[in-house]
Design a protein around this ligand. Structure first.
Ligand code: PEP
Ligand code: MG
Length: 552
């Protein structure tokens, strides 16, 4: 797509199309929202531990210093380009930024109310804003918007968000509501942050089909296209586009005819996905990302939850959850599923899912870095708190615990030992403790690991990534990120044989399980339990009963 260096925004109404890669099927027509991190991201507000007061105050100090530096340079540039009087507004901003009493109030809110930096900055500035807006003076009323601007600037420095996007035409801006979001890349945090229930579609510059954000878009049924490098630099907020997740195309300034075609398709698509009852030959469970997906799993009559990505609860909240908070979520999940099994995947943080609040060293190669089981081993407090929360929940339902990204028996046993040590002496239900097979080394040692694990769950999203050395997050190599290769089927068959030898249940919860063309091969490999996003359950079941009829 020849748009890389096209910095000129297109203002004409000419219709033209762009070709990217499909991330999530479906079609949508809407105005676009050029995603701007600093404008759209909701900062995280929470209470801090007393030990962290100094750390938060230092963050505030750094954010103010950076904001002063930035405002000073904007002031200089404005004075040169437009003249001194136009630059005066930034002088006023600098006075506020340098005002010691403002800083003192914010620091006091951190010290006395234990607010995190974002919450303290927002509270104090919003208070100023309200007070100024209530003064009966037109000039001062207008100044209240300056206060809001300074607040956003400091919050953006706190969040270290230096996005290149510019949402200039704020009259259109509704934070993505009923809009097609155009962003550089969708991170899981961003996707969850956007209140996706209201998003019509996604267009991104980069991001592969196996990325967690793409998985989320598919689970939500939101069309998405990626690989359109430079797109944000030549489109404006508010322009109308059609995003076609089936063909990977984006149509800018579509004709009336093209729009009405899409509207027709959408109207047909509004027919509710209807549930299909369980079938004989395949157990179909649900993949859920957060507790709010469980209702859909119940509605689709899932035979359990085959993958609960517990780390998404942390990402959604933008903070590390306490043991108590986790316990409540897990109890809710098992209760909602009645006696059906729930497979809780222990925190799979790291890589494209950084833990909010955990310190990370910058990693050159995060997919091969501190993530999954490795991260759990390195953060015992985290592992222990989650173990206790899960053990508590097991008193209310069918709890199964699985370890992500296991590399060998030694590592699996180490985590298993820590899990049982953490829950020692506590009352708990009959917990099954298993391993995820998503690293080729673990698959090759399946016999050994399955002597120790109660079950096996195949995470094919990562397995494909590591088996073929192809980054699941990189759209420019997405042509190579696909599971339909003989060596993978051989590996899956060997895994299934090992599970049967050891009389251990085996299932597959990667995205390929929802791809209808692979179901027969999965069954032929000897795996008859799959876990997919709730919305794909009916299709998988229909296909499974079709397979059964063919055999009869
Ligand atoms: C997988 O890797 O297949 C999997 C299910 O886990 P995730 O997609 O969350 O990495
Ligand atoms: Mg995985």
């Amino acid at each position: 797509m020849p748009v890389q260096n096209n910095k000129k925004k297109i203002m004409s109404k000419r219709e033209f199309s762009l070709k990217g890669h499909s991330l999530s099927k479906g079609v949508a027509v809407a105005r676009i929202c050029l995603f701007n991190d600093t404008v759209h991201r909701e900062p995280s507000y929470y209470k801090i531990n007393v030990d962290n007061i100094d750390k938060e105050k230092k963050r505030i100090e750094r954010a103010f210093n950076e904001a002063i530096e930035k405002t000073t340079s904007i002031k200089k540039e404005t004075a040169q380009k437009l003249g001194k009087s136009e630059a005066g507004i930034f002088e006023a901003h600098l006075m506020i930024l340098k005002d010691r009493s403002v800083r003192r109030k914010i620091d006091t809110a951190v010290e006395q109310k234990h607010l995190n930096a974002e919450a303290a900055v927002s509270e104090i500035f919003e208070d100023y804003e309200k007070r100024i807006a209530s003064i009966d003076d037109e000039y001062l009323k207008q100044r209240s918007s300056d206060i809001a601007e300074i607040k956003s600037r400091i919050l953006s420095h706190l969040g270290k968000t230096d996005s290149a996007f510019n949402c200039k035409d704020q009259t259109y801006c509704v934070r993505g509501k009923n809009r097609i979001i155009v962003a550089e890349e969708l991170t899981p945090h961003l996707t969850m942050d956007m209140n996706t229930a209201n998003v019509a579609g996604f267009i991104t510059e980069k991001g592969g089909p196996g990325s967690h954000a793409a998985i989320l878009a598919r689970a939500l049924g939101i069309p998405a296209v990626s690989g359109l490098q430079g797109i944000h630099s030549f489109l404006n907020c508010g322009m109308e586009v059609i995003v076609d997740g089936d063909s990977g195309k984006v149509l800018v300034n579509p004709s009336e005819e093209a729009v009405s075609k899409v509207k027709e398709i959408k109207a047909k698509g509004l027919i509710k996905i209807s549930k299909v009852s369980p079938v004989k030959n395949v157990k179909v469970l649900a993949n859920v990302n957060t507790s709010s997906d469980i209702a859909e799993a119940v509605e689709m009559d899932a035979e359990g939850i085959g993958l609960y990505r517990t780390e998404f609860e942390f990402i959604r909240e933008g903070k590390m959850l306490s043991e108590e908070e986790q316990y409540e979520l897990y109890v809710k999940a098992v209760k909602e599923m009645k006696d059906k099994p729930v497979y809780f995947r222990m925190l799979d943080l790291g890589s494209d899912k950084p833990a909010p609040g955990l310190k990370y060293m910058r990693e050159e190669n995060p997919a091969l870095g501190l993530r999954g089981a490795r991260l759990l081993e390195a953060n015992e407090d985290l592992l222990e708190a989650q173990s206790r929360a899960l053990s508590g929940a097991s008193l209310y339902g069918n709890v199964n615990v699985m370890v992500p990204m296991v590399i060998d028996t030694k590592q699996f046993l180490n985590i298993k030992k820590k899990f049982y040590k953490a829950i020692e002496g506590r009352k708990s239900g009959d917990i099954k403790f298993g391993a995820m097979f998503e690293v080729p080394a673990a698959c090759l040692q399946a016999d050994n690991i399955l002597k120790e694990a109660d079950f096996a769950s195949i995470g094919s999203n990562d397995l494909v990534q590591y088996l073929f050395a192809v980054d699941r997050n990189n759209d420019s190599v997405s042509y190579d990120y696909h599971p339909d290769r003989e060596v993978l089927w051989t590996l899956l068959k060997n895994m299934a044989d090992a599970a049967h030898r050891h009389k251990r249940p085996i299932s597959i919860c990667g995205e390929m399980a929802a791809e209808i063309e692979f179901l027969k091969k999965i069954l032929d490999a000897g795996i008859n339990t799959v876990s997919v996003s709730p919305r794909f359950i009916p299709e998988v079941r229909k296909n499974a009963s079709g397979q059964l009829k063919k055999k009869e």
